[in-house]
Design a protein around this ligand. Structure first.
Ligand SMILES: NC(=O)c1ccc[n+]([C@@H]2O[C@H](COP(=O)([O-])OP(=O)(O)OC[C@H]3O[C@@H](n4cnc5c(N)ncnc54)[C@H](O)[C@@H]3O)[C@@H](O)[C@H]2O)c1
Ligand SMILES: Cc1c(CN(C)C(=O)CCc2cnc3c(c2)CCC(=O)N3)oc2ccccc12
Length: 264
């Protein structure tokens, strides 16, 4: 089908199920004519991702565990062999030990700090380096971040530190690859009820707080994140690189949306 992404081929990393942000992005890209390849993290996820990928006519669905550099390299070797080139990459991967996503950030263990940084931050740099080698006609990459990188979100803890590093790496990668016509951007999404977004303590209260206090008075959907990803991965954003684009109902711009509640 014709559309913004007609003739473009790209890799979507991070679909776990049909609630995943990466799935919202993949659907939107496919609707606009993109040809997609997917990676999944291990056989358990593979059983969920393959039927989803089939729905979008994706022929390439490969395992990739970003804790294993050989696995990342093998993914792009396969893409190089099967496609020969690449126009875009979606990196929607993040993980930390959920037992350290509560209580004090100060209590973060060294092991989980390192592991969280490798999976949630460094993996985008490694993916970008491998992808850039295939983007011989230029290209566009995005990663998913969260406002917990620049402001304290209770319990987000070490994930906030990892996202701060991720957002800085977006800027450094944008500078490295700009001369080759490869753009690198981030989408900072508001809270979404995904596997990663729901499995946290007090998720219910955090969602309702954001619904009551964001300018749009609601949380965002994976389709809305998909729309902004389509913009950043298409030629509509040809002049945009190194940016963190917020898709969060405007939550991050307010300190106090209204005094009404206090007057009650
Ligand atoms: N859900 C939210 O509220 C929210 C908001 C802003 C940003 N994000 C970010 O969006 C991205 C996608 O998360 P989601 O909310 O769609 O949840 P999700 O659980 O659907 O997706 C997370 C993905 O990370 C993958 N992953 C984890 N460790 C991996 C590893 N070692 N190798 C390969 N893949 C691995 C999982 O397999 C899964 O597919 C993450 O980076 C997350 O931090 C989420
Ligand atoms: C929002 C929000 C999220 C969603 N988000 C932005 C994220 O980036 C997901 C972070 C995350 C990373 N690793 C794990 C989990 C969530 C839960 C399941 C697990 O085992 N590991 O996570 C939070 C954690 C604490 C507070 C708020 C949030």
């Amino acid at each position: 089908m014709d559309g913004l992404m007609k003739g473009k081929r790209g890799l979507v990393m991070g679909v776990a199920n049909d609630h995943s942000i990466a799935w919202g992005i993949a659907q939107k890209l496919s609707e606009h004519g993109a040809e997609l390849a997917f990676t999944y993290q291990g056989d358990a996820f593979g059983r969920r991702v393959k039927p989803l990928a089939d729905k979008l006519g994706a022929s390439l669905v490969v395992p990739c565990d970003v804790e294993d550099s050989a696995s990342v390299a093998a993914t792009f070797e396969t893409l190089g062999k099967e496609w020969g080139g690449l126009d875009f990459v979606v990196h929607a991967i993040g993980f930390s030990d959920k037992n350290e996503l509560k209580g004090l950030y100060a209590d973060t263990s060294r092991d989980n700090f390192v592991r969280t940084m490798v999976i949630s931050c460094y993996s985008f740099t490694e993916v970008a380096r491998n992808a850039a080698a295939l983007m011989t006609e230029g290209g566009s990459m995005i990663t998913l971040t969260y406002a917990g990188s620049v402001r304290v979100m209770p319990n987000y803890n070490v994930m906030g530190v990892a996202k701060a590093g991720l957002e800085a790496s977006v800027r450094y990668l944008a500078n490295d690859y700009g001369p080759r016509g490869i753009r690198v951007n981030g989408i900072s999404a508001g809270p979404v009820r995904t596997l990663a977004g729901a499995g946290i303590s007090d998720a219910r209260h955090m969602f309702s707080y954001q619904q009551r206090n964001s300018p749009l008075r609601r949380t965002v959907t994976i389709d809305e994140v998909g729309g902004s990803a389509l913009y950043l991965l298409s030629d509509l954003s040809s002049g945009v690189t190194g940016e963190i684009h917020y898709v969060d109902s405007g939550y991050h711009i307010v300190s106090m949306p209204t005094l009404d509640e206090l007057k009650q």
